[in-house]
Ligand binder design. Sequence first.
Ligand code: MF3
Ligand code: CO
Ligand code: CO
Length: 255
Amino acid sequence: MAIIIKTSEQIEGIRRSSKLAGETLNYIAPYVVPGVNTEYLDNLIEQYIRDNKAIPATLNYNGYTKSSCISPNNVVCHGIPSKEVILREGDIVNIDITTILDGYFGDTSRMFSLGEISKEAQDLLDTTKHCLNLGIQQVKPGNTFGNIGYFISRYAQAKGYSVVYEFCGHGVGLEFHEDPQVDHVGRKNSGPLMKPGMIFTIEPMINMGKPRVTVDRIDGWTARTIDNKLSAQYEHTVLVTETGVEVLTDVNGEY
Ligand code: MF3
Ligand code: CO
Ligand code: CO
């Protein structure tokens, strides 16, 4: 499958959906407090997305039955919201939201801290966010996709962390997961070239310990670090413009 170059009409639709996904993360932030269960957060997320005339892309996606992924501590990604998962003081947690608005997809996630977290956990969050930013800095026409993973992995590994290679970023917009696969570990100047009108996610997952993950044998989704050490992830949907990048899910003016 080829990498889709979006038309200006499609770009506008994906821009609106991406903005809603980012705003949903802003909306949920004040509810992410010690004692809350992740199913309660998921219900609020679903209602907010529906109130904004969109639907959660994860709902009924390949058998997934929730409106978000909520992944605490050693969960790398695809944490299933549940009444049994209660967030506690000192936890870190990723919330990942994908919206479908007028048929267009926007995908973003970020980390939340529950009260006071350890210095080690805070450094993992800061590093992971910086890894996403390093990836975004590589987005411009003519650059290779491999350079995204090259600069992300070089930085994370220099800080003593490992980079998850079993899950990747992806083209997004007309479908949930389009070509290309956006690796977060990469060789310099390898892979396809970026062109204006391409839209994809960058979503590095960075681990304190080993890079390997194991998927829960019972629920078939929850991906945990193999050594149960902490993992963090940040994700944005980005557009390659004529001159560089537009971060479509940036609703807080960070880029
Ligand atoms: N939002 C995730 C991503 O960034 C995908 C979640 S798929 C699900 O690609 F089925 F687990 F929800
Ligand atoms: Co994604
Ligand atoms: Co996502």
